[in-house]
Design a protein around this ligand. Sequence first.
Ligand SMILES: Nc1ncnc2c1ncn2[C@@H]1O[C@H](COP(=O)(O)OP(=O)(O)O)[C@@H](O)[C@H]1O
Ligand SMILES: [Mg+2]
Length: 262
Amino acid sequence: MKVIAVVSAKGGVGKTTLAANLACVLAAGGRRVIAIDLDPQNALRLHFGVPLDSIDGLSRATLTGDPWQTVLFDGLDGVTVLPYGAVLEDDRRRFEALVDQDTHWLAQALQNLRLDPSDVVIIDTPPGSSAYVRAALSTATFALNVVLADAASYAAIPLMERLIDSYATPRAEFGGVGYVVNQIDQSRQLTKDVLKVLRQMLGTRLFPGVIHLDEGVSEALACDTTLIHYDPLSQAAADFRACGAWLMTAVDAIAVSPRSVA
Ligand SMILES: Nc1ncnc2c1ncn2[C@@H]1O[C@H](COP(=O)(O)OP(=O)(O)O)[C@@H](O)[C@H]1O
Ligand SMILES: [Mg+2]
């Protein structure tokens, strides 16, 4: 099993959008994909047609000791979705304390899913530092850092790099970090300038393409689906497919250690 943590220092950059669309792309390529939502916003499921009034998810299942298998949804386009779930504030705090205390919680829960070595787990996370991001980075085979081509995103890159260095890099099974620039509007000079700086700074760690700004992304969400499903011929859908191919090349090159196969 390969575990991809989708992370960013800043919010609203498109982590959830990217996690959902990449999950779709990889599933279309024949992989078994489990999309896991570690963000209390519980928004990843909205891209996969999980009913809005459904409260089930991994937070409550973990607190009650129910197996995660009981809260897996067969999402659209062959993606298996594990929502965060809707919980009351007290339960959210109890769950967060549990996630924070037990470093191996996520690895253990994934192991209990008994996935195959070729399966891909994509984990959506909240922005910045949190118990959830620490758990995801402590379990990931690969970290995908989503950034915008703006000054705030650029300035925040070191924050996520520090988190990756602390929680992911020291582990033998961690295969590295990739960067994706989202919401690109090529008509803006500032965008072009920041992109140039990012390419110089990140080199081969940066996805060579970009994900274009596309209003179809929010239209797709309004229709409970991904852009890949909603408008497969759009520019951004082509971007997501190219990004998925790049991501899988990077991830498949990572040697699977005995621990992550077990
Ligand atoms: N490539 C894109 N083109 C247009 N809108 C986008 C794109 N990517 C994300 N968005 C929009 O930006 C907002 C934030 O995206 P989201 O995936 O929720 O970010 P995050 O998970 O990082 O907070 C949403 O309204 C989403 O529809
Ligand atoms: Mg999100």
